[in-house]
Design a protein around this ligand. Structure first.
Ligand code: IMP
Ligand code: MG
Length: 185
């Protein structure tokens, strides 16, 4: 494994994101919606740097891919959501890869009577975007490599790493039950 973003770089990036959100929203009420499971670390770090009344909810999304480069089917679960009528929503995910997950979630949220929806991601792989939408807030643009840590997993593990690391082929044999396909969440 190779460190791509250190703890210090991540902390500075989250500080920067929080400052941008505060600049745009000040102390107005805001509803943060984290995308399970990859966004949990980012949501926890970001939320403590915001001011004013902040609500937190979670949605669940998972995409199954036969290979890391071929997008598969996307499953969304919105049954954990609080009432969003009239809310200013900030949808938060770990990474904007093809963009299909956030794009589908934004469409689903717009049907629930929200006042507005913005999106925030820690990471983006600009080379892989497949949708027209762009995130409103981006922590870091990264190259097209599979990354883990700070909430992001491979095959369910490595979310606990404090850094963002790229996986080397030799790391793949050490996961818990490596399967031919990968469920990304
Ligand atoms: P998208 O729909 O292609 O933008 O994929 C977004 C989801 O795939 C994210 O919420 C992540 O859970 C997962 N994902 C994409 N790239 C990576 C990666 O490099 N490491 C870990 N998870 C990833
Ligand atoms: Mg995810």
């Amino acid at each position: 494994m190779k460190v791509l973003l250190s703890r210090e770089e991540l902390a500075a990036g989250v500080c920067r994101l929080a400052a941008e959100v505060r600049r745009d929203h000040g102390a107005e009420p805001l509803t943060l919606l984290g995308v399970l499971t990859g966004s949990i670390v980012l949501v926890a770090d970001l939320l403590r740097q915001l001011e004013g009344p902040v609500e937190v909810g979670m949605v669940w999304a998972s995409s199954y891919r036969g290979t890391a480069t071929r997008p598969g089917s996307l499953e969304l679960r919105l049954d954990l959501l609080p009432d969003l009528t009239g809310r200013r929503v900030l949808l938060i995910d770990d990474i904007f890869d093809t963009g299909r997950t956030l794009s589908a979630l934004v469409d689903a949220l717009k049907e629930r009577g929200v006042a507005s929806v913005q999106t925030l991601v820690l990471l983006r792989k600009p080379a892989r975007t497949e949708v027209a939408m762009r995130p409103d807030y981006v922590g870091f643009d990264i190259p097209d490599a599979f990354v883990v840590g700070y909430g992001l997993d491979y095959d369910g593990v490595w979310r606990n790493l404090p850094e963002i690391c790229t996986l080397e082929p030799s790391d793949l044999s050490t996961t818990l039950g490596t399967t031919p396909g990968t469920t990304l969440g």
